[in-house]
Design a protein around this ligand. Structure first.
Ligand SMILES: Cc1cc2nc3c(=O)[nH]c(=O)nc-3n(C[C@H](O)[C@H](O)[C@H](O)COP(=O)(O)OP(=O)(O)OC[C@H]3O[C@@H](n4cnc5c(N)ncnc54)[C@H](O)[C@@H]3O)c2cc1C
Length: 394
């Protein structure tokens, strides 16, 4: 597919800007959590300045008003230049902002959107120990007392919550009727009294996400988004905010990181090894296909021809191929590589192969587990029958 002149012009503009401004050596600078957070903040500020941080926001915002096709070009170029992914500000610029644009009051928009551009960070407090795939089963309780809600409960897996200023919080205000009906959406100050954040130690040494404990936390009523009991509908705006760009960007990043495997093959003198070359060729093809599927998915969106289940297909393909990529790296990297200190801060292509391999599993769960995506593909895309209830293990 050839690209129109305008998109090609934008591509050259972004490429030129990145040549001059993309940070170098950022992976090496991520040797402790503070350095990681500082580096992320600086890169976000630079992107805001350059006009590439919020292409999906409306046009009245600096750098906003880009079409999906233009956003695609920007993310392709960010991936090509191997810039740091915006892990710290992702929830703020996508989930929080989209929630405000679609469901927030004018006062909430005016208060929070400018602060996001100044670097205020948000986390997402949706999942709970017994409410993940079945999010509507959440139990964190909020009781209205005058002008505040008093909140008690626990959230889990909140990405980067240890750095967050604010939290998008789903709570239960009623247990009557269907479980979706009693959910309310609140905006919580992470410094409020009664909020305890405990980072979770991951197997590969990172602390990418946290538990959040809420003990009589008071949240003013004006920090509610939408009406009481209407939080499920607001949450759909939050969850739908990112429209497939991440998976496309990640697929391109994986393709761009193939050199790491090629380098391992050279380093180990395996250029003539037929088995290794076959596995490498197989991987290159699988990654090319992943990029093509992600591309097609976005193109369908741009053309208004998206099919139910398309996003699930891309996500499951990406997470599976990412595992194959890091597994081949782990196999060829050898034991010495695998003992390197593996702090990755959510970067999936570090070359710390064992860490990258373990990290790859995150994508089989985050944003909806692999099995749940398969259900969507089977039931909604292929229109297969739902499995009878008594097949499901109790
Ligand atoms: C990297 C990462 C970042 C995350 N960030 C956040 C965040 O910032 N904020 C937040 O709120 N949450 C976050 N999450 C949580 C994420 O949304 C949940 O982990 C996810 O929804 C799955 O829920 P669960 O972990 O409770 O697993 P469960 O829902 O308990 O699932 C356990 C297993 O059962 C399977 N299963 C469940 N239901 C079905 C079904 N109907 N059919 C077939 N199989 C089923 C699942 O596939 C899985 O294998 C994050 C998770 C990850 C991995």
């Amino acid at each position: 597919m050839t690209e129109g002149k305008e998109l090609e012009g934008l591509r050259q503009e972004v490429r030129g800007w990145l040549d001059a401004n993309a940070p170098r050596g950022w992976r090496e600078s991520y040797d402790n959590h503070e350095a990681f957070a500082q580096s992320q903040r600086e890169w976000f500020a630079k992107l805001v300045e350059g006009g590439y941080a919020i292409p999906h926001w409306p046009a009245e915002w600096p750098g906003g008003g880009r079409s999906l096709a233009e956003q695609k070009v920007i993310y392709e170029e960010l991936a090509r230049a191997d810039t740091p992914r915006l892990l710290l500000s992702f929830v703020s610029t996508y989930h929080a902002a989209s929630t405000f644009f679609e469901c927030g009051s004018e006062e909430q928009k005016a208060r929070y959107l400018p602060k996001i551009l100044e670097g205020e960070t948000w986390c997402q407090g949706f999942s709970e120990p017994n409410a993940g795939s079945d999010l509507a089963a959440l139990k964190t309780k909020a009781e209205r007392k005058g002008d505040v809600y008093v909140v008690n409960g626990q959230k889990v897996w909140s990405t980067m919550a240890q750095y967050a200023d604010k939290c998008l919080l789903l709570v239960r205000t009623s247990s009557d009727g269907p479980k979706q009906a009693g959910i309310t959406y609140l905006l919580m100050d992470m410094k409020a009294k009664g909020v305890t954040v405990r980072p979770i130690n991951q197997i590969q040494g990172d602390q990418e996400f946290c538990e959040i404990f809420l003990d009589d936390v008071e949240i003013p009523v004006e920090e509610r988004v939408g009406e009481e009991g209407q939080g499920w509908a607001v949450a759909q705006a939050t969850l739908a905010s990112e429209r497939g760009l991440t998976l496309m960007e990640l697929s391109y990043r994986m393709q761009g990181a193939l050199w790491r495997i090629a380098e391992l093959i050279r380093k180990n003198g395996l250029e003539e090894d037929a088995g290794v070359l076959r596995d490498f060729g197989h991987l290159v093809t699988r990654i090319d296909c992943t990029c093509a599927i992600a591309d097609q998915f976005l193109q369908n969106r741009i053309d208004g021809a998206e099919r139910v289940g398309d996003a699930s297909l891309v996500k499951n393909t990406y997470s599976r191929v990412l595992r194959e990529y890091s597994l081949l790296g782990t196999r060829l990297g050898g034991i010495d590589e695998q003992y390197q200190a593996p702090i990755t801060f959510g970067d999936l292509n570090t070359g710390n192969w064992m860490a990258d391999f373990m990290n790859s599993y995150a994508w089989t769960i985050a944003g909806g587990s692999e099995e749940v995506q398969r259900n969507i593909i089977a039931e909604r895309m292929l229109e297969m029958q739902r499995e009878p209830k008594d097949w499901v293990a109790s």
